[in-house]
Design a protein around this ligand. Structure first.
Ligand SMILES: C[S@@+](CC[C@H](N)C(=O)[O-])C[C@H]1O[C@@H](n2cnc3c(N)ncnc32)[C@H](O)[C@@H]1O
Length: 223
């Protein structure tokens, strides 16, 4: 693909992730989840050598591609809402980035609530970044997350948070567009709530690895 052709294809699509495609071309997304500002929050291990990785709700796939660069043996990126055009983009952005990076990242169009070990298997490391607060039934979603995390594996859950100073487990509920004007933002947990929800879904060892930051985002390890 020539630089002009790449530029044309990048411009013809909408992007969520800011990614450097080379040739001086940066995708015009709204956030770079790997970069200095946001990247450290996710606490993704520096090496994923030999691991199987599932990226649930991958959107443009920045973390799926990064998992492959960090040595993952196999990466499966999944999504439904954004890839199906429910948001402002579709799956073509993920596909273009994969083509440019020439990385062996698999993909499957699948809803969180259809994830199961029978359907896709289990994975050593599961990314669940920025998805839980889009779930109308968050506990059921976490049951599905548990079902695709291998025994002894690690799920990393990154989320919007709310009521961060409160010690008791609490979930904020947004019936309309109260949260960022986005009607698909339903709930924001505080850290004790998300920790308890992950335990209730069957993870026995849950740790808050990134307490809520200036963006009101947090991350937890669940094993
Ligand atoms: C805020 S974006 C997060 C994207 C990426 N994981 C990140 O952290 O940068 C939320 C993603 O969850 C996906 N999503 C929302 N509801 C979903 C569902 N029911 N099943 C699968 N994916 C879903 C959206 O399509 C979108 O790609």
């Amino acid at each position: 693909m020539t630089k002009d052709e790449l530029e044309r294809r990048v411009r013809s699509q909408k992007w969520f992730h800011i990614m450097d495609l080379g040739h001086g071309i940066i995708t015009p997304g709204i956030m770079n989840p790997i970069g200095k500002e946001h990247g450290p929050r996710y606490h993704v291990p520096a090496s994923l050598a030999g691991k199987t990785v599932l990226d649930i709700g991958a959107w443009d796939g920045a973390w799926s591609f990064e998992a492959k660069r960090r040595g993952a043996a196999r990466v499966l990126a999944t999504d439904s809402y954004s890839w199906g055009g429910g948001g402002w983009g579709d799956k073509r952005s993920f596909e273009l980035a994969r083509e440019v990076f020439a990385l062996d990242v698999e993909d499957e169009y699948i809803d969180v609530l259809d994830l199961s070990a029978e359907r896709i298997g289990t994975f050593d490391v599961v990314f669940f970044f920025g998805v839980i607060y889009h779930m109308r039934n968050p506990m059921i979603a976490l049951d599905h997350l548990r079902s695709v995390t291998a025994p002894g594996g690690l799920a990393i859950v990154e989320s919007l948070s709310a009521m961060n100073r409160r010690k008791e487990p609490l979930l904020a509920f947004y019936p309309n567009t109260e949260c960022g004007g986005d009607p698909t933002n339903w709930f924001a947990p505080n850290p004790p709530a998300l920790r308890g929800m992950l335990q209730a879904a069957g993870f026995s060892d849950v740790t808050v690895v990134s307490p809520p930051d200036k963006f009101s985002r947090m991350a937890l390890y669940a094993r």
